[in-house]
Design a protein around this ligand. Structure first.
Ligand code: FMN
Length: 443
């Protein structure tokens, strides 16, 4: 329901819960424009999330670790199942795949700088690898997407890991979009497309008809890279148990699981809000599939979709993930939605804290744009520094919670450290409702 009463409100004015102001505005927009709304950001409606879980800190039955004296390690190895050179990350937080095209070259560079400062990885996206991004990312994951834009064997060999994208949490079953005003000459050249024309990329890989083809694709990529780097498979969270099991059987070294709250650069609103399941519900299904195949912790699970705080990170790890990935939060750390751009947002009919028109290419913060005068507003060094500070904070928060639960490694967090505040979250996360031993649906 829309919040805050309008000016002149009195108790006789009663807003409909079914047709609230947002719904009315959307019907009016649709009647005016005759086409669905496309926007960036992630789902905005409330769904069960990590906020619905709480940690049980140590007390008499468990003892905590001392914050400043006792170590709480954070390192993660990704892809040791098959790769000769697995990805060694110093922290369990990676930067999610976001395309050059959706983001400016400066933003991509800043993401690389921030991630490298903390010893973690960043990821390319639809549209290929830029030299700035490669140069400033100590560890760079190269995405292979259905569109195949920017795909070439040289870049595959330049990468530190490869991520086959089957789906994305904001739009499982849907393809990418990049509207014409963001297809600059450089973006067009990298994608072999005409400049200035809307691009809608494929929703499925052109050379697959089923999971057997995924196995062939993974083998092909291993051969191109001489079994050197890990091969990750990214899926949007839907039928998670089966998707994870099939990807593992096809040979994936790690799974990237993106929940429905996951960010996007441009997707239909109806898709963002109505397809897929929350990451809270998906993690236990993925862990169950990995455990059934005796692959939990052998094939790493990297989860994303609405990760904001060190508490979110710690809760995802406690449910069984090996690492998390962040998209929107990383952009906010760079300067997205910052109050200093309030004037610019207002001119676009938005406001700092609400801006989601990443598809429009007019971003006053210079992040989701290809217009050089806007992009120049983001200093990649300063942006990288802010992202590094944010990542450092997430790690410190996660360690604080892990130590309070008595863990000397963040991976020692476990479902037993958690309880849920609502029956829904208890059933989805498969942890007891606070103050009870009841896990709804558990045998
Ligand atoms: C601006 C932007 C561009 C993105 N581009 C891609 C992409 O090219 N390929 C992809 O797999 N996912 C893409 N994503 C999705 C992210 O990789 C990730 O799954 C998602 O942002 C995670 O959720 P979070 O934003 O809530 O952290 C994009 C997301 C954003 C915000």
């Amino acid at each position: 329901m829309a919040d805050a009463h309008p000016e002149g409100w009195h108790p006789g004015l009663r807003e409909s819960a079914t047709f609230d102001r947002n719904v009315i505005a959307e019907i009016q927009r649709a009647a005016r424009e005759g086409i669905y709304d496309i926007r960036g950001f992630g789902a905005k409606r409330p769904v069960p999330h990590f906020d619905d879980l709480l940690f049980l800190g140590a007390s008499v039955s468990r003892y905590p670790l001392e914050g400043y004296r006792e170590r709480c390690a954070t390192d993660v190895t990704v892809g040791a199942r098959h790769a000769r050179e697995p990805l060694e990350l110093a922290i369990p937080i990676t930067i999610a795949g976001m395309s050059f095209g959706a983001l400016s070259a400066q933003a991509k560079e800043a993401l690389g700088r921030g991630a490298s400062a903390l010893g973690t990885s960043t990821t390319t996206g639809d549209g290929g690898m830029t030299p700035e991004e490669r140069e400033h990312s100590e560890k760079l994951i190269f995405q292979v997407l259905p569109s195949r834009y920017g795909m070439n064997p040289d870049d595959l060999r330049r990468a530190d890991a490869i991520e086959i994208v089957v789906g994305q949490g904001a739009k499982p079953g849907g393809g990418g979009m990049l509207l014409g005003h963001k297809i600059s000459a450089r973006v067009a050249e990298m994608r072999d497309l005409p400049a200035g024309i809307d691009q809608r990329s494929a929703c499925r890989h052109p050379d697959w008809t089923g999971p057997d083809d995924l196995e062939i694709k993974i083998e092909e990529l291993r051969e191109i890279t001489d079994w050197r780097v890990p091969i990750l498979v990214k899926v949007g969270a839907t039928r998670t148990y089966y998707d994870v099991a099939l990807a593992v059987k096809a040979g994936a070294d790690a799974i990237v699981l993106d929940g429905m709250q996951g960010g996007t650069a441009a997707t239909q609103e109806v898709f963002i809000e109505h397809v897929g399941i929350p990451i809270l519900a998906a993690i236990p299904q993925a862990v169950e599939a990995l455990t059934d195949l005796h692959m939990h912790r052998e094939v790493q699970l990297i989860v994303s979709g609405g990760i904001r705080t060190g508490a979110d990170v710690a809760k995802a790890l406690a449910l069984g993930a090996d690492a998390v990935s962040i998209g929107i939060a990383a952009l906010i750390a760079l300067g997205d939605n910052a109050p200093e751009h309030e004037h610019g947002y207002r001119e676009l009919g938005s406001a700092a804290g609400y801006y989601d028109d990443y598809q429009a290419g007019l971003d006053p913060a210079g992040i989701s744009t290809q217009q050089q005068e806007l992009a120049a507003r983001l200093d990649p060094i300063e942006g990288g520094r802010r992202l590094a500070n944010y990542l450092r904070t997430l790690v410190l928060e996660c360690q604080t919670l892990a130590r309070a639960c008595g863990k000397s490694h963040v991976h020692n967090l476990e479902p037993e450290d958690l309880v849920a505040l609502t029956i829904e979250a208890a059933a989805m996360a498969r942890v007891p409702l606070a103050g009870t031993n009841w896990i709804p649906g558990a045998p």
